[in-house]
Ligand binder design. Structure first.
Ligand SMILES: *Cc1c(COP(=O)(O)O)cnc(C)c1O
Length: 380
């Protein structure tokens, strides 16, 4: 099955009781048993729910994995992964990552003895010196957030596996339409399905997709034991959003490409970050590992002050000033004060995240309207 068929059909079967073509929302907490232990495979809805099972089967297919395990949010999915590790274990992560992921490692799991270290992984060969005897997991975001640098997943996996270290890729920014890390050797793929996968800015949801049965069993155990499960209504909405994933991401990437080129031509803009530019430092890796260059574009202003950024941020009409990304509507954000406020300023500046950096999540509106909107906001 090809991608555009998987989004519609993988894991989806007409309801055996009624023939309903769409997966029903099984809004129930428990299931009746005929006799103790004699049931239809469903006992209690923290453990199993048929709407969630259909979604898990669909998500596994999208990432070309064997099993998907769903959670109530992207961070709940990350929390479950981190719970597989023990005091003293080190998580080595990209240094330019989602603020909430950084906060979960440093402010929650460091209290339980895990260690987090954050490094630049854009040149994989430098990674070898960074790996220590306590490193147990590499945590990769690519494209990174918000600087949109690219990590060579295949090469990093080779280096990590040679030392017996597992690799998890947070694939939220790319979506499985653009990039499938399990095919490149990664052990786990995480999504905040809140973003492109659901795509309609109306659900918080997360998942992990794996090929290895042992990791799947561990995560399944934690899903049930800790209980951060999504509700059936949210699973239904994510399933519905997925049906247009390929169309939405394709259009959003086409729009982002035009917007990146437009911004590059603007006098008020000093630098545009988008992996599709041939002079982007990891352009060739992006071209090889992604189908298109993504729907995220970041840029910095020549007038390098938060005041000029604020003016731009409050001056758009179609781009809504909001956290999050990956919805059908375009969003504009200020990473320094919004998504990345939980990262200390000196850490932010190390990766180039200045107070005037602006991040766009490009939606699927008519691109001419989006460009005129940015144009008028920049010239105010
Ligand atoms: C939003 C996001 C998360 C967290 O997901 P939630 O669903 O908000 O918990 C993790 N990683 C990335 C890259 C994100 O954009």
């Amino acid at each position: 099955m090809k991608f555009g068929t998987k989004v519609i059909h993988a894991g989806i079967r007409p309801d055996p009781a009624t023939g309903a073509i769409m997966t029903p929302i099984f809004q129930t907490s428990t299931y009746v048993q005929n006799a103790p232990g004699d049931h239809k495979g469903y006992e209690y809805a923290r453990t199993q729910n048929p709407t969630r099972s259909a979604l898990e089967e669909n998500l596994a297919a999208l990432e070309n994995g064997k099993e998907a395990i769903c959670f109530s949010s992207g961070l709940a999915a990350m929390d479950a992964i981190l719970k597989m590790y023990k005091p003293g274990d080190e998580i080595l992560s990209t240094n330019d990552l989602y603020g909430g992921s950084y906060r979960l490692i440093t402010k929650v799991f460091e209290n339980f003895g895990l260690k987090g270290r954050f490094i630049d992984m854009s040149s994989p060969e430098d990674l070898i010196e960074q790996i220590s005897s306590s490193t147990k997991l590499l945590w990769i975001e690519t494209p990174t957030n918000p600087m949109l640098s690219i990590v060579d997943i295949k090469r990093v996996v080779e280096l990590a596996h040679a030392k017996g270290i597992k690799v998890c890729v947070d694939n939220t920014f790319a979506s499985p339409y653009l990039q499938q890390p399990l095919n490149l050797g990664a052990d786990m793929v995480l999504h905040s399905a809140t973003k492109f996968i659901n795509g309609h800015s109306d659900v918080i949801h997360g998942c992990v997709i794996v090929n290895d049965k042992e990791i799947a069993d561990q995560l399944r155990f934690i899903q049930n034991a800790a209980g951060a499960v999504p509700g059936p209504m949210d699973c239904f909405l994510v399933l519905r959003g997925i049906k247009t994933l390929h169309l939405r991401v394709q259009r959003a990437c086409e729009n982002a490409e035009k917007i990146a080129h437009f911004l590059k031509s603007c006098d008020a803009v000093s630098k545009v970050f988008w992996p599709g530019f041939e002079d982007h430092p990891n352009h060739t890796v992006a071209r090889d590992q992604m189908k298109m260059f993504g729907a995220m574009v970041s840029f910095d202003l020549k007038n390098n002050s938060s005041a000029s950024a604020n003016k731009m941020l409050s001056g758009t009409n179609y781009f809504a000033l909001a956290e999050s990304l990956g919805g059908v509507e375009s969003l504009i954000g200020h990473p320094a004060s919004m998504t990345h406020a939980s990262i200390p300023k000196e850490e932010r500046l190390k990766v180039g995240l200045t107070d005037s950096l602006i991040r766009l999540s490009v939606g699927i509106e008519d691109v001419d309207d989006l460009i005129s909107d940015l144009d008028q906001a920049l010239s105010n």
